[in-house]
Design a protein around this ligand. Sequence first.
Ligand code: NDP
Length: 324
Amino acid sequence: MEKIKVAIVGYGNLGKGAEKAINLAEDMELVGIFTRREPKTIESQSKVYSLENILDFKGEIDVCILCGGSATDLRSQGPEIARHFNTVDSFDTHAKIPEYFNDIDLAAKEGNNLSIISTGWDPGIFSMNRLLAQSILPQGETHTFWGEGVSQGHSDAIRRIDGVIDATQYTVPIEESIERIKAGEKVNFTPRDKHKRICYVVAEDGADKEEIEFKIITMPDYFVDYNTTVHFISEEELKKNHKKMVHGGRVLRIGETSQATKQVYEFKLDLDSNPEFTSSINVAFARAVYKMRQEGKIGAITVFDVPISYLSNLTAEEQRAKLL
Ligand code: NDP
């Protein structure tokens, strides 16, 4: 069987997860990891190349999995690479998705390539579940809860405060609110009603802990709209107990199909490793991109545009026999 030739662009958490997921996929082979850093400095058993040389691999890569950060990397890397290769990315700045889609669509069409944007779990398979639930239950309300899990963005925001050495922030869903929604209560929740934030912080010796705590809980956009608890701990304890990238969450839709006939749709994830799971999703979508491009599709697409059977390495017959 001819294997799908996949490249990884960017070797952070998602890049490492993609390497593991490709190695588990029998129908794929890893062409290499492409990085902006000096390839020799990257610790990996796979082949590592400079991103500057990626165009030398035209014709040798079926799909590139873009693992750069959403805030800055993908805005430029996405269109640049989509112009030359089929791509998958997990761009997750929700408000900017329409704009990013247009940039990628233009670039991919210029190069006669196919690019799927914003795969992963949110956006990604949570989006698929929101659409599926809304399609089945048009009369209803959808709610998304995240956690319990580590938010890298919130942890980074704490690390930027003077006097902080390191920090981990957990986003925790408020179970009581989930139960009220599932019971059919009509709710109008604020962010504070849905999630709380728990922070583990390592402070410098002699730092003013009260001031650090005040800066955290009053931080606009990140913490001020939530009930936030701050625990100061040692660097050793943070490293031992709070460095796993656990995450998860739930999509809930509560609908009515006739008067007083309540239907609860719930999709839940509980993840030991957010990046490894996200990358496993990206690898499945790389398979779909490969198949859809072979059928002639070009431009940008999202998870909504992919027939679910294209994600699988099973034949259609096997899918019907084993999974239907
Ligand atoms: P990282 O910060 O770990 O990596 C981002 C990039 O930074 C890498 O591609 C790499 O590029 C560079 N980098 C990584 N480590 C180092 C280092 N030690 N020194 C210098 N540069 C480094 O981000 P993640 O992999 O955790 O996440 C990537 C994006 O994925 C996030 O921005 C997030 O938006 C998105 N995401 C989406 C999810 C979803 O469900 N849709 C879920 C999880 C994440 P290079 O090798 O070229 O230097």
